[in-house]
Design a protein around this ligand. Sequence first.
Ligand SMILES: Cc1cc2nc3c(=O)[nH]c(=O)nc-3n(C[C@H](O)[C@H](O)[C@H](O)COP(=O)(O)OP(=O)(O)OC[C@H]3O[C@@H](n4cnc5c(N)ncnc54)[C@H](O)[C@@H]3O)c2cc1C
Length: 407
Amino acid sequence: MEEVVIVGGGIAGLATAVALRRVGFKCLVLERAAELRAAGAAIGLFPNAFKALDSLGVTHKFLSIYRPMEKAYVVNVDSGVSQEVSFTSNASTPGEETQTRCVHRKALLEALAEELPPNTIRFSSKLASIKTEKLNNSSSLVYVLHLEDGSVIRTKVLIGCDGLYSVVAQWLGLSAPVKSGRSAVRGLAVFPEGHGFPYGPRQYLSNSKRAGFMPLNDKELYWFMTHRTIDGEHELARDPQRIQKEVIENLAKDFPEDYLNVVKHSDLSNLTIAPLNLRVPWDVFFGKTYSGTATVVGDAFHPMTPDMGQGGCMALEDAVVLARSIANKRDKVAEGIENYVKERRWRVTSVLTGAFFSGWVQQGGSGVLWRIVELFRDSLFYKIVFAKMHDSIDKFDCGVLPCVSKD
Ligand SMILES: Cc1cc2nc3c(=O)[nH]c(=O)nc-3n(C[C@H](O)[C@H](O)[C@H](O)COP(=O)(O)OP(=O)(O)OC[C@H]3O[C@@H](n4cnc5c(N)ncnc54)[C@H](O)[C@@H]3O)c2cc1C
């Protein structure tokens, strides 16, 4: 019988395991992949994420390796107009330790995994189905997890961190995420002699397309392209060379040489294309996100479009809040889990909705309405609305974890 089983060893799963360990719980993490899986190359971490990482005791691992991001530049490819964008309004300037940084996903996963005792993560362990049974004929329930390899694990607490197509979320009764109609290509560009770009993100906008890149260090850049989903994308996803060709010769063919040059320097082992899906806000807010001592964290709870760069940051906040809520109700874990959901649902629903709105404005549709949205985007959105949205999201502090006696 396990005390806590976490399904999924991504950002949410590892952060939750670290947080629960820090408040004295022993966890087992089940990960279907054979090793830590870091699809997407890199991730932007905003001040709210660094506050959560600080509560998890790992912020220091990033500070000397990754430089804070400077101001961003946004260029309208069609009109040639460019503007400088700040991630924060003047109201809040984060301290050095919590400034926005772009980090390798693998580095984030490894930084968290290093905090866990050996054998906490069980790889090649895919959850197939969940059943419940009574504990020793009492009224307490035990979760019986059936893995794809035929093994069975029993646990008192079940945390689903199994991402977009979460088995735990489905079992809880949440509806499936919906398609946004957009997709994203993500890659890592390597310049062995140095890329020479400043440490601020650059973004290029064209009708229904948004692309950009940002340095990770002097030699590597993370780049992306979000666009309307194209026919045959599923097949394209299997061949990184074809994805690169599609971006250069089709999706970004009219984009500036700087961007195309970055794409040409891609490390093909890191190139992905995937549709962007989200859970509808009312399902996140009102849906069945917990039952007894089972709940969901990260994308299993609130998959969102990446237009505020907050999905992973939210997963880190979730982990801290969940561990604190459970630690505060150590003998009544079900109540702790209920408190976690109640504390998180406003926050994650508003960020998810804001991200969708941001994506719609930045990369909206076509036709008459689009002209108005484009005008708003190029005149007011980045200068005022975007900075204010980031400001209110980024200044959030998920708080600390309670101290646990070492006796
Ligand atoms: C294009 C794009 C750009 C983004 N940019 C940013 C950004 O800049 N900043 C940011 O904060 N967020 C960003 N995000 C969002 C971020 O990537 C996700 O929110 C984050 O990865 C969610 O982490 P997770 O651990 O919840 O889910 P996942 O990363 O999906 O991890 C789930 C894990 O569970 C495992 N798993 C799944 N099913 C099972 C099963 N049945 N049994 C066992 N294991 C299972 C998987 O193998 C995986 O390891 C972006 C997303 C996209 C698509």
